[in-house]
Design a protein around this ligand. Structure first.
Ligand SMILES: Cc1cc2nc3c(=O)[nH]c(=O)nc-3n(C[C@H](O)[C@H](O)[C@H](O)COP(=O)(O)OP(=O)(O)OC[C@H]3O[C@@H](n4cnc5c(N)ncnc54)[C@H](O)[C@@H]3O)c2cc1C
Length: 816
């Protein structure tokens, strides 16, 4: 293999840390030729060289658990395969819980991990003491043992991956800095380096904490920020040996492991410190950074109490290195929405070693096959928002993001830092009537409304939280009277031009050739038939459509439509999310309320379900869409921002007579789950098809020109057998609560897990959705003949499965 500096390559990978090396290795494994990896200094010199090397598998999401599991399996065979030692030690790990809440959370997490083949079991504090005699277990409430976890030497792992990549033909050039990214017509064409230019079909940004800067060279948003990250290593301690399991001790924000007869104590402190806000020094290479041990002292003292002998021994090494973190503590992976063939894998949140193998495998397949091999939305770059590339926002959020992984993950937990990015014009009015706000995509949104005298603040727990009754009352108001939801955060796009119909018909499963004023519920699919978006499209004019989707899907939807506009088409997408407020008026009294206010006829005959009209309320004109996401008669009101205050005031004033109640997003959720309305990224996603999700009814199979994904879907339909189907469940017992990710058992055997769940106040028990799977096919009979249980912690609860929605299966209320 020539070592001459290349002028062309099929793929250029930027960054020689564990991630870049792993992607090069996996692309070579796929048989790719002409792979070039560029490293500005030396392999591993960024963050990889100094990592603690923990390989623990208990993670928050299915994707992250699978990445970690794959990584462990890969690292086990890497030395044999490449001849480069990785220092792997199969010592296992123990997770400790000091409170009942943490114990409950871990039981749930461990049950979920077992769904994905991660072996673990609950052990007693006495067993912990047996495995870790130096540990003080007096305050341990519960503990969980993962026998297959372990640790590695991170620099050696990266070198082994790099060697494996070279063995597969990849070329690695150190001392080569990428200075710019070349592009033409929205597609990457190569890189500029300090040693010359390289033309390339694909470019992958694996530049670790520099990835934001490299992203900016390409105009690609990679919102991450480095923080100080600490561990210390004690002097040698008797009784400390290499097979001591890793102790993860979230209550003390710490992990503990052996290091050559000494103890390594690492920290995930709850209040962290961003680093490098003024840029990373040009000569940074195998460096540590200025530590602030005064700041760390309280965490250190607390963590040492777990192994008290530490206090009697000296410290050999105090180490502080930089690691990059992201605003939601999840990685940033996948294709850049704005630049074709430019990929990113960065922002590893101190999990880059333990997930590096899996990240490399997924990225290589994503690049080679154009589709990730599993659902990656939780870490997909396309969930990041442009406005997040903001120094102050990142600095403030990172203070919280570093430590979040070691804290309690109660359901509905909200971020407390960097809030208030986006506020609707009604924000202060909603606050005045008791709104308790949560955040989505930067928007402050009312999640629930406090009653007079009650503080609009969460009191988190795994049981009924302090807003449970508020939710129940809001829920009932919508079912029995009328509720108003403020949903301005929705992503709203106008798709306009004489080819708008053609573009949307190709993109959406449903037929867009509908009369003006029709609302169409539809999905956008990928080529494999998987669901990329779930939305409503309203035809406003011959050449104008309004596309509405969830707030967090904003960049993804905009990109999806833009990507499918042919070069010669006359069609433009305009983001109008901030220009229109949205007030959603739902419930049996919604017609009477709106009829009192509107100068227009709101009767069923004049304004049937699925229609959109301009209506006038007071001096204001607005767009009313008759549709529902809660299963009731209702209208979504799209109000130009300047008209919003008077329309809202009029609604509230007139509403008293009809029992109008302010309702929050938690109520939207409890209502929609009762009606089995799916939510994208939870119940449906890129690896679920409309047929599996029970949404085949929205597919216009025979429309001229078809739609993206139709062929794959037809193959599935014609096979006449589905191996998985989305089903609704309700618990028999009204007491337990479900959230999501709870294992589902069919006839005593684990079959799947819940995708979303909430308390169904009308049905009188927790309601969930989840996929039932069977290789032999999932027929109606197969679903209904099963005996189901859903596991919460270590307890299983009987559940009833239903194919049709459990609430108003015939949708009579919607069409009233
Ligand atoms: C104290 C500490 C302990 C940790 N412990 C663990 C642990 O136990 N387990 C775990 O999983 N993770 C751990 N981590 C995190 C882990 O080290 C990182 O997630 C991982 O190393 C990130 O790898 P990377 O390849 O993304 O980044 P890096 O290793 O930083 O690699 C990026 C590379 O890109 C190069 N580069 C940047 N810009 C350019 C350019 N313009 N041109 C060419 N090259 C460029 C850099 O020089 C660098 O080498 C720890 C981190 C710290 C700081």
């Amino acid at each position: 293999m020539s070592n001459q500096f290349p002028t062309t390559a099929r793929v250029v990978i930027i960054g020689g840390g564990v991630i870049g090396s792993s992607i090069a290795y996996h692309l070579a494994q796929l048989g790719w030729k002409d792979i070039v990896l560029l490293e500005r200094k030396q392999l591993t010199c960024g963050t990889t060289w100094h990592a603690a090397g923990l390989l623990t598998t208990l993670r928050d999401t299915e994707a992250q658990t699978k990445l970690a599991k794959y990584t462990q399996d890969l690292y086990r065979r890497l030395e044999t395969e490449t001849g480069q030692a990785t220092g792997i030690i199969n010592c296992g790990s123990i997770q400790l819980a000091m409170t009942d809440d943490k114990a409950h959370e871990m039981r749930r997490g461990c049950a979920m991990a077992r769904c994905f083949g991660v072996e673990n079991r609950e052990i007693s504090p006495a067993e912990v003491k047996e495995m870790w005699p130096l540990a003080d277990v007096s305050n341990v409430q519960a503990a969980f043992h993962f026998p297959h976890d372990g640790r590695v030497n991170p620099a050696d792992v990266a070198q082994a991956l790099a060697r494996g990549a070279r063995m597969g033909g990849a070329r690695i050039f150190e001392q080569t800095k990428v200075l710019g990214i070349e592009q033409r017509n929205g597609q990457v064409t190569g890189v500029r380096t300090d040693r010359g230019d390289i033309q390339a079909e694909f470019v992958v940004n694996c530049a670790g904490m520099w990835a934001r800067e490299v992203g900016r060279m390409a105009g690609v948003n990679v919102p991450l920020q480095a923080c100080e990250h600490y561990y210390l290593i004690s002097e040698a301690i008797e009784g400390v040996h290499k097979m001591l399991p890793i102790l993860r001790d979230p209550g003390n924000s710490a992990y503990i492991r052996e290091e050559a007869g000494k103890i390594m104590l690492g920290f995930f402190e709850p209040v962290a410190k961003p680093w490098g806000m003024d840029g990373i020094p040009e000569d940074f290479c195998f460096n540590d950074i200025q530590a602030d041990w005064d700041r760390m002292m309280p965490y250190m003292e607390k963590a040492m109490q777990r192994v008290p002998t530490l206090m009697d021994h000296g410290i050999k090494l105090f180490f502080c290195g930089p690691e990059s973190f992201t605003p939601d503590h999840n990685y940033l992976m996948g294709p850049a929405p704005s630049l074709k063939n430019f990929f990113v894998a960065a922002g590893m949140n101190s999990l880059g070693i333990l997930s590096g193998g899996g990240v490399g495998m997924v990225m290589a397949r994503w690049i080679a096959e154009g589709q990730a091999p599993m659902d990656m939305w939780s870490v997909d770059l396309r969930r990041a928002h442009r406005w997040q590339d903001n120094d102050l926002y990142l600095k403030d959020r990172m203070v919280e993001s570093l430590g979040i992984g070691y804290q309690d993950h109660w359901p509905f937990r909200q971020w407390t830092t960097a809030r208030g990015v986006k506020k609707s014009i009604l924000h202060d009015r909603l606050a005045a009537v008791g709104a308790c706000f949560g955040e989505s995509a930067g928007w402050e949104r009312p999640n629930w409304y406090a009653k007079p005298g009650q503080k609009p603040e969460y009191e988190y727990s795994w049981g009924r939280q302090n807003w449970f009754d508020n939710n129940a009352e809001e829920h009932r108001a919508v079912r029995e009277a009328v509720g108003v939801f403020e949903q301005t955060s929705f992503s709203k796009f106008l798709v306009q031009g004489r080819d708008a119909e053609r573009v949307l018909n190709r993109t959406a499963t449903a037929n867009m050739s509908v009369p003006v004023g029709r609302i169409v519920y539809t999905q956008f699919l990928n080529e494999h038939g998987g669901i990329e978006a779930d939305l409503t499209v309203t035809r406003l004019a011959e050449d104008r459509y309004l596309v509405v989707a969830a707030a967090f899907t904003h960049e993804h939807i905009e990109h999806l439509i833009n990507k499918r506009i042919p070069a010669d088409a006359c069609c433009v997408v305009t983001d109008v999310s901030g220009s229109w407020s949205m007030l959603n008026v739902q419930g049996p009294n919604s017609r009477a309320l709106l009829q009192k206010l509107a100068q227009d006829d709101m009767s069923n005959e004049a304004f049937p379900f699925g229609r959109a009209r301009e209506i006038r309320i007071g001096y204001q004109t607005l767009l009313a869409l008759r549709l529902t996401y809660v299963g009731e008669l209702g209208w979504e009101l799209y109000v130009p921002t300047a008209f919003t205050l008077p329309v809202y005031d009029a609604l509230v004033e007139a509403g008293a007579e009809f029992g109008l109640r302010h309702c929050g997003y938690h109520t939207l959720n409890s209502l929609r789950i009762e009606k089995a309305y799916r939510e994208w990224a939870h119940d449906i996603g890129p690896h679920d098809t409309p047929l599996e999700a029970g949404l085949g009814f929205a597919c216009a199979w025979d429309k001229p020109g078809g739609f993206v994904g139709r062929d794959a879907l037809l193959r599935q339909r014609d096979a006449g057998r589905l191996e998985r189907r989305l089903v609704q469940f309700v618990l028999e017992n009204p007491e337990p609560l479900l959230y999501h990710d709870e294992p589902i058992y069919r006839d005593g055997v684990m079959n799947g897990y819940t995708t979303s769940a909430m308390y169904g106040h009308t049905l009188g028990a927790a309601v969930a959705m989840g996929y039932v799977t069977n290789e032999g096919g999932v027929s109606d009979d197969y679903i209904l003949e099963g005996r189901y249980e859903i596991e919460i912690g270590n307890e299983r609860h009987a559940a009833r499965a239903s194919i049709a929605p459990l609430y108003d299966p015939k949708s009579a209320r919607i069409r009233a």
